[in-house]
Design a protein around this ligand. Sequence first.
Ligand code: PAF
Length: 308
Amino acid sequence: MSAPRIVTTAAELRAATEGARSGGRTVGFVPTMGFLHEGHRALMAAARADCDLVVVSIFVNPLQFGAGEDLAGYPRDLERDLAACAAEGVDLVLHPSVEEMYPRPMVTTVTVAGITERLCGASRPGHFAGVATVVAKLFNIVGPCRAYFGKKDYQQVAVVRAMVEDLAIPVEVVARPTVREDDGLARSSRNTYLDEAARRDAVALSRAIRATTEAVRGGRRDRAELERDLEVALDAAPGVVREYAEVLRGRDLVPTGTIEVGEEYVVAVAARVGAARLIDNATFTVAPGGAVHVDLGVLGDGRAFDGA
Ligand code: PAF
């Protein structure tokens, strides 16, 4: 386990990855905001397995936080993050300052329309423009061959994929399963905001999602009904204040009448639990023969999660 090289400027990072690429080596990139957890570690491990040079960025991006959100209090622990990067065999960590990333007020913004209209795009106006802009900038600095994102941020992955396709950015976007605690809670840096009681209450999100995927497995196909039951389940959960609960077609994030065969659907929720705003989701697809494929994510050891 050797320590990664830490660089703080775009120029240093670019020099390192250009050298690798011109020598025919593949560059894998995991963009993060730090306070790394098992979900990030799974992304780094995937990048390590696939690529010659692995780069992780640690940058709490002000552009993607709205007024009154948790930018100032966002959890940070660089030492622990660097230890996690070292343990996963990361080669380079980009840890730029805000001034390095944004030396003057940005006059350019990347916005992705359509798929940002619902879910977090509706409840956090401007959030995905902030994400797309920083990810585009990081891609330009790092020049990765592959970039790794967690499916817990389903809408974020959709936004990055759309941006990469529309702007012909030469990177393969790799989406990896949501990593969960043993009781089903999705790993998130923001779980650190949960006190003991809120931590107990927070499991309601994954339980409500799983109840929805179980209903689909049981033959239910009315999307609006599934969504209503999802809302009811969350609203009945103690300590949980629902922000949204939706069952949407995955490819365009729109509601459809019934569940369409052969299409991926996402069951997506966001809620306040204690001091945290948490999001979670799972996907399902009804195959032409009627079989239902559900992806609820994985446990820390990589085994598929199918309910606690
Ligand atoms: O998922 C995150 O941590 C952030 O949205 C990202 C992709 C690092 C951009 O700041």
